[in-house]
Design a protein around this ligand. Sequence first.
Ligand SMILES: Cc1cc2nc3c(=O)[nH]c(=O)nc-3n(C[C@H](O)[C@H](O)[C@H](O)COP(=O)(O)O)c2cc1C
Length: 327
Amino acid sequence: MRKLQEPLTIRGNTIKNRIVMEPMVTFSFHGDNGSFYGSQHIEHYTARAKGGAGLIFIQATAVSGAAGSTEKWSEENTRVLRQIADNCHEYGAVVMMQLACGDLDINELTLSEIHSIQQDMIQAAVTACALGFDGAEFHFAHGYTLCKFIDASYNRRIDEYGGNADNRTRILTEILPEIRKNTHKKFILGVRMGEYQPESRDGIASAKIFEKAGINILNISFGTKPPVQPVPEGFLCSSMTYSGCKIKKEVSIPVIAVNEIRTEEQVRFLIENDYADLVGIGKGMLTDPEFANHVLRSEPVNMCRSCKNCFWFTDHTKCPARKSILG
Ligand SMILES: Cc1cc2nc3c(=O)[nH]c(=O)nc-3n(C[C@H](O)[C@H](O)[C@H](O)COP(=O)(O)O)c2cc1C
């Protein structure tokens, strides 16, 4: 039986346990001196690294401006990002940046606009590496720009970025060699995506292409819409979590399963039964920075209360579970 504490090595980076902090934008945080990222972010991510998470994803960061070191890639923001990476390492976490490409209508993009997005994607990954991050994850999930490319029902392009699955994944696969050339050997490249794009076979096809193109880790959430398919009897997690378990059977690279995983029992169920290589925790990490240590030590977790509309999207200070951490 595989244990939660069993390390997992990806491209020479050893993840010390199987618990992952998923990328989550901290909407009500602000930077210092007019920057986007600041001390609030440093404190937030450092606390989760200290709390034992084996792998931490820094929130979706728009690649836009990366090629010109503007916007989120300005000197002040990258100083903060570098500090976050250093602090996570100090507590033994592997840390990756999630890179996102906004919410564009991909059917309207000109070829030169696609190539410009690709330049930003390359530069963002190269900069993440230079800042000390162990890897970068491209955000192909949740209906955003990159997700629309791989969604067979949304993508109506008739050029080399639409049509078959090779074309729909091309926005990333054709730039991977350039990213590899400009990052060190250990740099991890990941993709976050869903299984249903819109059919299961579409997600599986994309996952296999990404693996073949050299992606090292898949983080399986949802595509354009959350899945509603039933799970097998006795499966302790959601349909979305089950998507990750299904993709794991189709590829040889490590797969993260996520969604509404709240309890030690669920985390152990997924890892000990080899349903997933890693377990992704979203809101549970917000409400309990020590989620990983608590689960690893079989201690009580300060659980997400599953409010209908998560206050972390609007005002994190109103999260009822957070109030109980602060006493
Ligand atoms: C406040 C908030 C911000 C989020 N931001 C991101 C993000 O930046 N990128 C992403 O891929 N998912 C994002 N998500 C989704 C989470 O990563 C995760 O998949 C989702 O919350 C389900 O997991 P959970 O039930 O453990 O929270 C966000 C979720 C929340 C609650």
